[in-house]
Design a protein around this ligand. Structure first.
Ligand SMILES: [Zn+2]
Length: 284
């Protein structure tokens, strides 16, 4: 009984523009069925999508019961105009527009809300993010609005302060979480935030020659050290591979995430992951 708590059925692990083109007119049902069958054959019974605005996650959610899979989707992820995430999600300019989108997701049958509140790692430069995180008050308001509408919240968040603010505001899960410090880890542990460190998105870049290998190794090692530290604090960690991201193919990348977590956690791996998956399944 395996789980991947962060995938993108829309994407293919290779080239995001081509992947989007595949589904642009309508979700490619045969391809989605093929992937769901492969997940099921490899023992996956729970998948949580990170969202897309072309209805691919929703199509997968609707087909998944045929494969014995519980599949959850936020429909489109939400990001502030001009910030990271617009390539895959819906954008808003202010809190009023955000609330309108959240209510639309309710009407359209979304299972939870996915927000993007920071940039990505620059894989060529250790410690550098492509964009700073959102202001503390905005993070608090985004989470509060979604909770008021009855949704759990999954947040794409990198950087210590961004993650700390999200945890203090009661976010339900943090995705990626690069460059955390002990205050951010403690805030997540104390607030019961589940962390999906998406180690495959970094670990699977090693030896591929696309990015600076030393930077990639440093980012990966720092993530592993933080995962160990968080587990020692009693924090809940869930496997989420970001399958569909570059070098993270569906199923294979999902299985890789278990190996990356095993490398980080050693003997605590099984117990820790079981608790993390249960926490995600309870909220999502
Ligand atoms: Zn993602």
């Amino acid at each position: 009984m395996l789980a991947d708590c962060h995938i993108h059925m829309l994407l293919d692990g290779e080239y995001w523009r081509a992947a989007i083109d595949t589904h642009r007119q309508s979700p490619a049902i045969a391809l989605i069925r093929e992937r769901l069958a492969s997940y099921a054959q490899n023992g996956f019974t729970y998948l949580r999508d990170g969202g897309d605005r072309w209805g691919v996650g929703r199509a997968a959610r609707d087909l998944a019961p045929e494969y014995g899979i519980r599949y959850r989707t936020p429909l489109a992820p939400l990001c502030r105009e001009g910030n990271y995430g617009a390539f895959i999600g819906s954008t808003y300019r202010d809190l009023g527009e955000y609330r309108t989108l959240v209510r639309q997701i309710r009407r359209d049958g979304g299972d939870f809300i996915k927000i993007m509140i920071s940039g990505l790692m620059d894989f060529d430069r250790f410690g550098v993010l492509t964009q700073p995180g959102y202001p503390r008050e905005l993070i608090r308001d985004l989470i509060a609005v979604a909770h008021d509408e009855g949704f759990s919240v999954m947040a794409h968040a990198n950087g210590a302060r961004t993650v700390e603010y999200a945890a203090e505001a009661g976010v339900d899960s943090v995705e990626h979480g690069a460059y955390l410090d002990s205050d951010a880890l403690r805030a997540m542990a104390e607030n019961g935030t589940v962390w999906c460190p998406t180690l495959s998105t970094v670990g699977n870049l090693r030896g591929r020659g696309r990015f600076d290998e030393q930077a990639v190794a440093a980012i990966y090692d720092s993530a592993l050290a933080n995962v160990r530290c968080f587990a020692a604090m009693g924090g809940r960690i869930a496997p989420g591979s970001d399958a569909g991201a570059w070098a993270v193919p569906h199923v294979e990348g999902s299985l890789d995430e278990y190996e990356h977590l095993r490398a980080a956690l050693g003997g605590d791996f099984a117990a820790c992951v079981t608790l993390g998956v249960q926490a995600i399944r309870d909220k999502f």
